[in-house]
Design a protein around this ligand. Sequence first.
Ligand code: DAH
Length: 360
Amino acid sequence: MADDLDTLRADIEAALAGAADLRALDAVRVAALGKSGQVTGLLKGLGALPPEERRARGAEVNVLKGEVERALETRRATLEAAALDARLAAERLDVSLPPRAAAPAGPEAGSIHPISRTMEELIALFGAMGFAVAEGPDIEGDWHNFSALNIPEHHPARQDHDTFYLTAPEGGRRPVLRTHTSPVQIRTMLAQEPPIRVIVPGRTWRADHDATHSPMFHQVEGLVIGRGIHMGHLKGTLVDFLRAFFGIADLPVRFRASYFPFTEPSMEVDIGWSRRTGELGQGGDWLEILGSGMVHPKVLANAGIDPRAWQGFAFGMGIERITMLKHGIPDLRPFYEADLRWLRHYATSPLSPFTLHDAA
Ligand code: DAH
């Protein structure tokens, strides 16, 4: 091979050996094979040679080009492996370390998961409106989860819920993993005398899995029972809550007629946002955010409350959904993956719990 090609090859090899990271490597690639690179320049120059010389020289330059390409690839693989090793070393966790006596400050102190944080916010905001917290079991009876809520045996809502069924006890009905927090409406009404004002944050289950659905997720239910409770109470409560939760004082809120078996009338609630940018509060589009309605007289009666004496409203929403919207989280799955990098970004410090001042 011609001397000038040998010199060039040696220069490029030296530059490759000296490239300490992927960015430096790319600079070497551009200098050799880029549009005005040295090897490219030689290839372009072939056209000016007489035909017999062009053939021999062309073959040599192409051999050089192939060598340079392979050397670049080898170096890239080495640098990529080194970068991965460095990252693994930097993110190494010693899970065998004993717990520390006093919580250290900073990101390693442990942090509040965004779902827990939203629950704290729900409890604080509804607490200020006089709501207590109620709970119920994850494993429910068919009656609490469906029948008492006016969802009869062959009602399509039973299919809509993609229910996880458990094995039936001898002679009995199959228990279910509760498909919503609504059965706690029934449990609360059976356990306490009205007036009632509760929210029910908790786990719920449906056989569904993609970027916005998980087989286990969380809902919050709300239930208010009192004398003379009407739709104005429902609307005022939800508008106040949504504006405080999202921190947007003039958040547009729309109530849209809908259907749920356990409420009459039923309404879906939408908030204003921009479909294009995802920004909440402006943009002229509507986003459905929760279901609500006046508690159906049959549901009151099923739970032992006289519907002629008492009225109420109820609502239910997805906790992951409102958390994703509030914080611009695009994918549901990392909520349950315990990935410390995700948690460092989205979790909050246990030393700054939510207070009503945060919502003001
Ligand atoms: N339980 C419903 C669901 O999971 C949500 C819901 C709608 C709850 C309307 C309510 C309500 O309390 O009034 O889809």
